[in-house]
Write a protein that binds this ligand. Structure first.
Ligand SMILES: [Zn+2]
Length: 179
């Protein structure tokens, strides 16, 4: 199926379900994104308090509302053996928007950025951020679930599917690169 890769600055249409969220550069700022004191959003980082609230309260990390009967975890390949994500689960339509909008998840960016954001006290990066900086980007996977268990992973709450068989696990980057 021949197709052309989307340009790096592609801005997918904003779904009505996300119209309440701030927009930066034509892209929705996920609910879980931290904001600095001077009002900038730290895209790619997550607010620790909102992440905790979302994982425990079964809220979507993109739109901040309750998850339904189907939910999606977006995991890096190297995180799959943990059967868990320290980032909140997403509605299927919010995951679809993220896959279309986020250059890292969609596989359009080949390397992680070389320096971390300056982040505030209540924001956190992934626990292995230092190893990721400047490293080749790895494929992401969409893990479809009906529910998850809340566990603690390296001191952070995480959504686990260790004992919950996923409905399906779909590689994201591979799908887009092979098209
Ligand atoms: Zn959502």
């Amino acid at each position: 199926m021949p197709s052309h890769p989307a340009p790096a600055d592609a801005t997918p249409p904003i779904p009505a379900a996300l119209a309440h969220l701030p927009i930066v550069g034509g892209l929705v700022v996920p609910w879980v994104t931290p904001r600095t004191a001077d009002g900038r959003y730290l895209l790619g980082a997550v607010d620790a308090t909102k992440t905790r609230t979302a994982i425990h309260g079964r809220l979507c990390g993109v739109c901040g509302t309750r998850l339904g009967e189907r939910l999606v975890l977006l995991l890096r390949e190297s995180d799959l053996p943990r059967y868990a994500s320290t980032e909140p689960a997403l509605h299927p339509h919010c995951a679809a928007y993220t896959i279309a909008a986020c250059p890292m998840v969609a596989g359009r960016r080949s390397h992680y950025r070389a320096s971390a954001h300056q982040i505030g006290e209540d924001a956190l990066h992934g626990d292995d951020l230092d190893q990721r900086l400047g490293a080749p980007a790895e494929p992401w996977h969409a893990v479809w679930l009906t529910r998850y268990a809340v566990i603690t992973l390296h001191g952070h709450p995480a959504a686990s599917y260790l004992l919950i068989p996923p409905l399906r696990i779909r590689p994201i980057g591979a799908l887009q690169r092979s098209s």
